[in-house]
Write a protein that binds this ligand. Structure first.
Ligand code: 13P
Ligand code: ZN
Length: 333
């Protein structure tokens, strides 16, 4: 059909005919589609596991507005008003959508919602084809965007939730304690301190999609770009999809190394983790400011090291015997 013919049928119809293509082709949509696909390829999204959202810039929202529904569905109340999200638009995965299908049908697996000017209501304005709705964790996404937007002076735009095996497994071996989990991860590889010097937050087991989970995560996300949900998964945020996905990737890899290391040590805490001296040296060398609450205090550093089953004292390198965090031996749990 040529353009003249198209417009002869009316501007509105023409707009409808190109709308999904126009929005789907935009960079921010393609980035989120790629994040979903990459996460699926990693095995982090069984069935409809996980969800993701991107906060549009004012320019992106303006450019997409001509393609928004002419008669949007009615406003619905948010579980909690988020004044800092007033007037924002979010591209978000649909409830129940399978990440493996996102790239084949973005306008079905994704949609855009807008938040009203009071920050208390939302409505879908694009996508969610086939009568879809935003993720069951929409409340958490909106609250988290508000929290991370404030924590990063507006830089954070992506909230990503996935179900990676090494991270979920970690919560069977370590308590839901940000300090314990952060130390276990920091001590696996030097990259961790560089990527998340503030540490990772930890939230105990909670009902998926619940207000409780949203509120606990929001509290943890004030100081952490990544939060681990016990027996459920991981939440990672960032200014871009690359940043949020990269953060998730590093946390997952560190959790996998921790698991491997414990297996090699017969299930006990790894015998030769990075020590606090190592961590402080990395921080000093790279000009990082790690969360001081997660480094060993002078008393902890002075405390005698826990005996390690698989390493004799004369094999251990200097400083390698500091036990990580307060992580209990699995046998004692
Ligand atoms: P949704 O399909 O509603 O996004 O739920 C997936 C999920 O991972 C819930 O925690
Ligand atoms: Zn989930």
């Amino acid at each position: 059909m040529d353009v003249k013919n198209l417009f002869d049928q009316g501007v509105s119809k023409a707009r409808g005919a190109v709308s999904s293509l126009a929005v789907e082709q935009r960079g921010f949509v393609r980035d989120l589609v790629r994040l979903c696909d990459d996460g699926y390829s990693r095995g982090w999204h069984e069935r409809n596991g996980g969800n993701a959202s991107y906060r549009l810039t004012a320019e992106e929202a303006q450019a997409c507005r001509p393609y928004f529904a002419e008669t949007p569905r009615p406003w619905e109340p948010l579980e909690a008003a988020v004044p800092s999200m007033a007037g924002e638009c979010l591209l978000v995965t649909a409830a129940g959508s399978y990440f493996r299908n996102v790239k084949d049908a973005p306008a079905r697996a994704l949609g855009i919602i807008e938040v009203d000017l009071g920050g208390a209501f939302w409505r879908p304005v694009w996508g969610f084809e086939g009568d879809g709705r935003p993720t069951s964790e929409l409340a958490a996404h909106v609250i988290l965007h508000g929290v991370r937007k404030e924590a990063t002076d507006g830089a954070c735009r992506v909230v990503y939730h996935c179900h990676p095996v090494p991270v979920i497994a970690l919560t069977f071996a370590l308590p839901s304690d940000a300090r314990v989990i952060t130390r276990a991860l920091w001590q696996t590889m030097t990259e961790c301190l560089m990527v998340f010097p503030e540490g990772v937050g930890a939230v105990p087991t909670a009902v998926p999609g619940s207000r409780e989970l949203a509120d606990l995560t929001a509290a943890a996300a004030r100081d952490h770009a990544a939060v681990i949900w016990a027996h459920h998964g991981l939440l990672a945020t960032g200014a871009t999809c690359d940043e949020a996905f990269g953060l998730a990737d590093v946390v997952v890899k560190a959790a996998a190394i921790y698991r491997e290391a414990r297996l090699l040590c017969g299930g006990a805490e790894p015998a030769y983790p990075l020590t606090d001296d190592d961590l402080r040296a990395i921080a000093a060398g790279l000009g990082l400011a790690p969360n001081p609450a997660y480094l060993a205090s002078a008393e902890e550093a002075a405390a005698p090291a826990a005996p390690q089953p698989s390493a004799s004292a004369d094999q251990a390198p200097a400083g390698a015997s500091a036990a990580p965090g307060a992580a209990p031996d699995p046998a004692g749990e």
